[in-house]
Write a protein that binds this ligand. Structure first.
Ligand SMILES: [Zn+2]
Length: 452
């Protein structure tokens, strides 16, 4: 009968069917960490026995004892709800080089395993397979927003890379490594694949800032392109000590790029005067402590940097850190500062690092009005943790234990734009074995070619 009605009324009835709002009620969570002080207790806005009502792609209400007869109900008894994690610096194709050069420092690692991949004619399908694996690993681990700084070895590579991001359901920014001969390909990719998708953003990936005439010229072109497109210019900045000889800040300044549009990854080797300069220019930064440890780069002076009001988010940084586990990244960000200062109260505290991994990351990406906290009207990007597990229970301080105990295996549900991408511990609609097989096939080819 319904089919007949649809047939008779034709398209007229279809919009009304399509418009019926999808509603999900997450009910009775032990703890909802809203990150909004006005919605709950303390600086993290904590609500015990809390509910979250999602309508379509947005958070409708956050509170206690919510009711909605129309909604699909998820019983969150014993569980913890928090905003999806925001990773502001990653390189998703680098799943292809996992486990490679694990005893190398940055420059040798780059020269041996990263840049040579640009000579291997990686196809769109191969880039897709590599990035597909990384996107699913991130989602399974509770990351809902990622910035993928792609080496974009060719326009085809870039398209395969972005298609995997689009297919994943993740919210993302694609930072396309800028080269003068690729500017038209960059514009086309943004127009065709990014702009039609509300959860996708474009960034210009800047070249390595080096004090040469050619480098300043390319950087100036990329800064102008980023300004014209109203997007972020994203560069690697003072990651290793030898980068100081390249005078990257002077390079960026001469190129007109040392501005609020700039996102710099790492900023490990900065002087006090340079931190002040970065703050004056409203530059934002990505902190990638697992990568900096693995590549023997050093430790960012995070407390000094944040004390100057610089916006900072956390970054997993691709194949260098071998993991998509942002809980691990959070406790590392806390731990390295404590180890260096021998002060357990040093920035970031547990609350600080939860903010860096959520709202702080959103601020770095200029999307804090859409995501990063569980506030009515914001996009429904959130995760549900099951802490009743060997690695988490017994529980005395859920907030601290999210940072110190949680692992991706505790992530039971992941929502992006109100859509469940992980349900009851399983990625939705994904053949994990096939994804691994496809990525492995590409990795085998890449490894064989790198060894030659
Ligand atoms: Zn990086």
């Amino acid at each position: 009968m319904l089919l007949l009605t649809v047939f008779i009324l034709g398209v007229a009835i279809l919009p009304s069917l399509a418009q019926a709002p999808s509603r999900t009620l997450i009910r009775n969570a032990d703890l909802v960490i809203t990150m909004e002080p006005q919605l709950g207790n303390g600086e993290l806005g904590l609500i015990t026995n809390g509910d979250v009502l999602i309508t379509d792609d947005r958070i409708a209400t956050v509170g206690q004892k919510l009711d909605d007869a129309e909604a699909r109900v998820i019983d969150a008894t014993d569980k913890i709800v928090l905003p999806g994690l925001v990773d502001v610096h990653n390189h998703l194709w680098q799943s292809l080089i996992r486990g490679c050069g694990t005893s190398l420092a940055l420059e040798e690692w780059l020269q041996t395993y990263v840049l040579p991949v640009g000579n291997l004619n990686v196809t769109a399908q191969e880039a897709y397979a590599a990035v597909r694996l990384s996107t699913l690993d991130l989602l399974a681990a509770g990351v809902t927003t990622v910035v993928d700084w792609s080496h974009a070895f060719s326009p085809a590579f870039a398209r395969g890379n972005v298609q995997a991001l689009l297919d994943s359901g993740l919210r993302f920014a694609f930072a396309y490594r800028g080269q003068l001969e690729q500017v038209e390909a960059m514009r086309a990719l943004k127009r065709d694949l990014i702009d039609p998708t509300p959860r996708a953003r474009f960034q210009v990936g800047g070249p390595q800032p080096r004090m040469t005439e050619a480098s300043v010229h390319v950087m100036r072109c990329m800064a102008e392109l980023a300004d014209e497109l109203h997007v972020i210019l994203h560069v690697h900045l003072l990651e290793a000590e030898q980068n100081r000889q390249e005078e990257p800040l002077r390079t960026l300044d001469l190129a007109g790029a040392l501005s609020p549009t700039l996102l710099g990854a790492h900023a490990v080797h900065v002087t006090d005067a340079e931190i002040t300069l970065l703050a004056e220019r409203s530059v934002r930064l990505a902190h990638c402590p697992l990568s900096n440890m693995r590549l023997a780069s050093g430790i960012m002076r995070l407390g000094t940097i944040r004390a100057q009001g610089i916006r900072v988010g956390l970054g997993l940084d691709g194949g260098t850190n071998d993991t998509s586990d942002m809980f691990n990244l959070m406790r590392t960000a806390v731990g390295v500062q404590r180890a260096v200062t021998r002060n357990p109260a040093v920035y970031p505290t547990v609350a600080d690092v939860l903010r860096l991994a959520t709202l702080g990351g959103a601020e770095v990406l200029d999307i804090a009005d859409h995501i990063g906290s569980l506030a009515p009207g914001k996009q429904a990007d959130l995760i549900i943790l099951n802490p009743q597990a060997l690695n988490f229970a017994p529980r005395f301080d859920d907030v601290s234990q999210v940072v110190f105990n949680a692992q991706p295996s505790n992530v039971e549900w992941v929502f992006v734009e109100g859509r469940a991408l992980k349900e009851r511990g399983q990625l939705v609609g994904v053949d994990v074995e096939a994804v691994i097989t496809d990525a492995d096939r590409v990795a085998q080819r890449v490894h064989a070619a790198l060894r030659r």
